[in-house]
Design a protein around this ligand. Structure first.
Ligand SMILES: [Zn+2]
Ligand SMILES: [Zn+2]
Length: 293
């Protein structure tokens, strides 16, 4: 939490008051910046005295808000690979990129907890920065606005549910927290196998959120237009052979998630294309500089 002063901002956090780093190589973790280690305003009591109508009144110090926001951020589960992802660190390489970033940033800035806000769905081949933008949006909401969120890959949610069944836990033990969180970001949508059970779980999760007026964001590697592949309803492929992989990659999002979920997505989200045309991460490995999550 920056304090208005003439001194130059802290070089580590540039006045933000917090720093974000990887935690155990798995998730992103925020902490108070060292410049905020001991609060100069409240001496760590958490309260400051401000003049009131009948004398001084105690007020929560701004550092407590910072701690609350850091705690919210640390619950999101942002993957370590995009730990430092922010709107500022997102590089726009095409009009598509600039547009996608503008949509996400506009959403984050305008988001309000007290009224339903339409979400967005980012679609494009891997390497376009979709996960970066999801992480940047959740980060902004938590650290700048105090809004709680959760990042989830739906395939991993399904794995947790299946593991829960053997331990006699209901699917709601897993879905419940995801249904209630103010903003949920689902990454890798459509990567699951697409069985009826998987689709019904996805439908339950997003429909309940929609009916509660809660916002859900998505990212998918599948295009939202038809790719002229013959529809084969009811077909479930249980192998991960190279043939299947190639065929699955050529499918559209509607074919991957099914018509019911697809039309629900349309009601909930603005669809945004984010096609890099080339893999920025591979380029970054070669040139060493352009991809900065
Ligand atoms: Zn600092
Ligand atoms: Zn304080």
């Amino acid at each position: 939490m920056p304090e208005p002063s003439q001194t130059p901002p802290c070089p580590e956090c540039r006045g933000a008051g917090y720093a974000v780093e990887q935690h155990l190589g798995r998730t992103a973790r925020a902490r108070r910046c060292s410049c905020q280690a001991a609060c100069p305003r409240c001496g760590e009591s958490g309260y400051v005295l401000v003049p009131g109508p009948g004398g001084s009144v105690a007020q929560t110090c701004a550092c407590r808000h910072l701690d609350e926001r850091i705690a919210l951020f640390n619950q999101i589960g942002i993957p370590a690979a995009v730990a430092k992802a922010s709107f500022e660190s997102f590089k726009s390489w095409s009009p598509d990129h600039a547009h996608a970033r503008a949509v996400c940033e506009d959403f984050a800035r305008k988001f309000r907890l007290d009224k339903p806000t339409q979400g967005f769905l980012l679609a494009g081949t891997p390497g376009g920065g979709k996960t970066h933008l999801l992480a940047a949006t959740l980060r902004y909401l938590a650290l700048e606005k105090g809004v709680g969120g959760r990042y989830a890959e739906f395939m991993l949610v399904l794995s947790d549910m299946k593991a829960g069944f053997t331990a006699n836990r209901s699917h709601m033990d897993i879905l419940g927290p995801l249904i209630r969180v103010p903003v949920l970001a689902i990454d890798e949508l459509g990567k699951e196998r697409g069985t009826d059970w998987e689709r019904s779980m996805l439908d339950e999760l997003i429909s309940r959120r929609y009916n509660s007026g809660l916002t859900t964001l998505f990212a998918t590697n599948y295009a939202f237009e038809e790719r002229h592949l013959p529809e084969q309803p009811g077909r479930v492929v249980r192998t991960r052979s190279a043939d299947f992989q190639r065929e699955a990659e050529a499918m559209s999002l509607a074919q991957r998630v099914g018509d019911r979920v697809y039309s629900r997505l349309h009601e909930m989200c603005a669809f945004v294309r984010l096609e890099p045309g080339h893999d920025l991460r591979k380029d970054a490995a070669g040139s060493g500089s352009i991809w900065k999550p």
